[in-house]
Design a binder for this molecule. Structure first.
Ligand SMILES: Nc1ncnc2c1ncn2[C@@H]1O[C@H](COP(=O)(O)OP(=O)(O)OP(=O)(O)O)[C@@H](O)[C@H]1O
Length: 555
């Protein structure tokens, strides 16, 4: 029983323990329940918070999606740009590569050039050395040349002096020869060829000229004439080649020498340079007479009157200008001059005043040789005050000649024209006075009767006879003057023609006379040229004494 009691006491103690444990467990359960409620509250609030956060995150995700899309779009655009940039870069790269190649080539070239430069530099240095040596040599040579030139000038002066002395001894008639150039108007005369017999003449089978014709005419003209004296220009040679009867080529050559020969390219200024001293001597009191002689169309009027421009102005306007210039220059030495001019035409042995009034001169004019010079009755003698006034007078004379030409059968080439400039000077300081004249004569065409075709026409025949008469009278006068100076006394047939009678005082041994022989370069005119050259040679071989100044002193 005790054991039972101990057991029961033990069970009771267990029971009490268990009850205490149960109570503790209940309290714990309560606490835990409370904690559970709290925890589920917390879970709820956490759930709500989480839900809000999820929503926020979803919105955020959407926004991010949008941004990603936008960024993707941007990326696409940027990629396109990038692609293009890449292409451009590729291009640049290839350009750069090319440029680099070019640069490389240039570098190579540059190196080569540098090498050349240095080679050139050294050769330049060498040349500079040579140049300075040559300069020294040149200076020495130039000094030598200057000395030689001075010697040459002195020799030339001596030569000219001697030439002048020869001229003085020879007398005062000089002859120049001038060949005119080929003109475009020569071309239609392309028909002017050698006839089949070999002589030269006008072929009737004239057709329009071709380039070959022109070249042939030029070549023939060149072969026809030669100017061998290139130093003093005093010689002219005519060549002709023709076929003989046996068919062989016959060549002939004629040499002529004159005081000066002007080639076709000679200018008016060059011709005047040779004439100017002579023309100027009328201001010193000499009578000067300059003739232009030659066949029609050979350049007489061109030589004497010339063209309208200053470079083509002929001997008359140039001489007049020079005379005015000289009289102006001599004013400072006390000289005062009066100048007067007349311009006459001699046609069929009648005198026509080219400065007269009215369209055509119908007056009869007579030549009078008086104490104080030659006078022609009823002609206009114009006081001359300026070269421009003379130009106007020449134009008037020309217009009157043109009227006459249309009225009367190309009369200008069939008449002689004589421009006379008379000059009187007094020196107020020395009391001297002087009187000179300058006659510039454009003679009628010198062609022979058959060549001018005059045979068939009565008027033409008369004209030609009259021209021939006066030209041969001129030759006779010159020849007689030559004989007079050789033999002393001799009758001079001045009266045989109006021309020689008019120019009596300017042709006598006291005057200075120049004949300018004008020639055509055409082969067709060879025979005429030969005749003219022979006539001029006769004149050139004549000695007509020494010119004398017409100077009076005051006492
Ligand atoms: N040296 C020259 N330079 C250029 N042209 C020239 C020369 N000589 C003459 N001529 C020209 O040749 C042509 C004939 O010349 P010009 O009239 O002077 O001859 P001409 O001998 O006076 O003839 P005519 O007897 O018919 O008066 C003209 O057209 C002229 O301009």
């Amino acid at each position: 029983m005790d054991s039972e009691r101990t057991k029961v006491a033990e069970l009771q103690a267990n029971h009490q323990n268990l009850s205490r444990e149960l109570a503790a467990a209940r309290t714990q359960e309560l606490t835990q329940r409370r904690e559970l409620v709290n925890a589920s509250d917390e879970i709820d609030s956490l759930k709500k918070k989480h839900g809000r956060e999820v929503m926020d995150l979803e919105m955020d995700v959407k926004k991010r999606d949008r941004e990603i899309r936008e960024l993707n779009e941007d990326l696409r655009v940027v990629r396109g740009d990038l692609e293009r940039e890449r292409e451009a870069v590729g291009l640049f790269k290839s350009t750069i590569a090319q440029q680099e190649t070019a640069q490389l080539t240039l570098k190579v070239q540059n190196n080569a050039l540098q090498a050349q430069i240095s080679a050139l530099q050294s050769s330049f240095d060498f040349s500079a050395e040579t140049v300075s040596k040559l300069r020294l040599d040149l200076e020495t040579a130039q000094k030598r040349v200057a000395t030689l030139e001075q010697e040459a000038r002195e020799a030339e002066m001596v030569r000219r002096k001697l030439h002048n002395m020869v001229q003085e001894l020879k007398g005062n008639i000089r002859v120049f020869c001038r060949v005119r150039p080929l003109l475009p108007s020569d071309l239609p005369t392309g028909a002017l060829v050698r006839s089949s017999s070999g002589s030269r003449g006008v072929s009737p089978a004239s057709t329009s000229p071709s380039l070959d014709d022109e070249e042939r005419i030029r070549a023939e003209a060149l072969a026809n004439l030669a100017f061998p004296d290139q130093r003093d220009h005093r010689e002219i040679v005519l060549n002709s080649s023709s076929e003989s009867a046996t068919g062989q080529e016959r060549k002939e050559t004629w040499n002529f020498g004159f005081d000066r020969v002007f080639e076709p390219h000679s200018t008016q200024a060059e011709v005047f340079e040779e004439i100017s001293q002579l023309a100027q001597s009328c201001t010193d009191g000499y009578n000067v007479c300059i003739f232009a002689y030659g066949q029609t169309g050979s350049g007489k009027s061109f030589t004497m009157e010339g063209g309208s421009s200053s470079s083509t102005a002929g001997m008359i306007p140039r001489a007049v200008e020079q005379v005015f210039q000289v009289t102006e220059d001599l004013k400072s030495k006390g000289w005062e001059y009066t100048l007067e001019g007349q311009f006459l035409e001699i046609y069929n042995e009648t005198i026509n005043d080219l400065l007269g009034k009215g369209e055509f001169d119908k007056k009869k004019h007579e030549i009078k040789h008086e104490k104080n010079g030659t006078r022609v009755t009823d002609v206009v003698v114009q006081p001359l005050r300026s070269p421009s006034q003379v130009k106007a007078l020449l134009a008037l004379a020309n217009s009157r000649r043109t009227v006459a030409a249309t009225l009367m059968n190309e009369r200008s080439s069939r008449s002689h024209s004589v421009f006379t400039l008379r000059i009187r000077g007094t020196n107020t300081l020395t009391g001297e006075s002087c009187e000179g004249s300058l006659n510039l004569v454009d003679l009628a065409g010198s062609e022979r009767l058959n060549a001018s075709g005059a045979g068939s026409d009565k008027d033409r025949l008369r004209e030609t006879q009259s021209i021939n008469k006066s030209l041969s009278a001129l030759g006779d006068v010159i020849a007689a003057l030559g004989e007079k100076s050789e033999k002393g006394d001799k009758h001079i047939p001045y009266r045989n023609s109006k021309l020689t009678y008019l120019l009596q005082n300017s042709l006598s041994g006291n005057s200075k006379t120049l004949m300018v022989l004008n020639l055509s370069p055409l082969v067709a005119h060879l025979n005429e040229s030969l005749c003219s050259l022979r006539f001029a040679t006769k004149v050139n071989n004549t000695t007509i004494g020494t010119a004398r100044k017409q100077v009076k002193s005051s006492c």
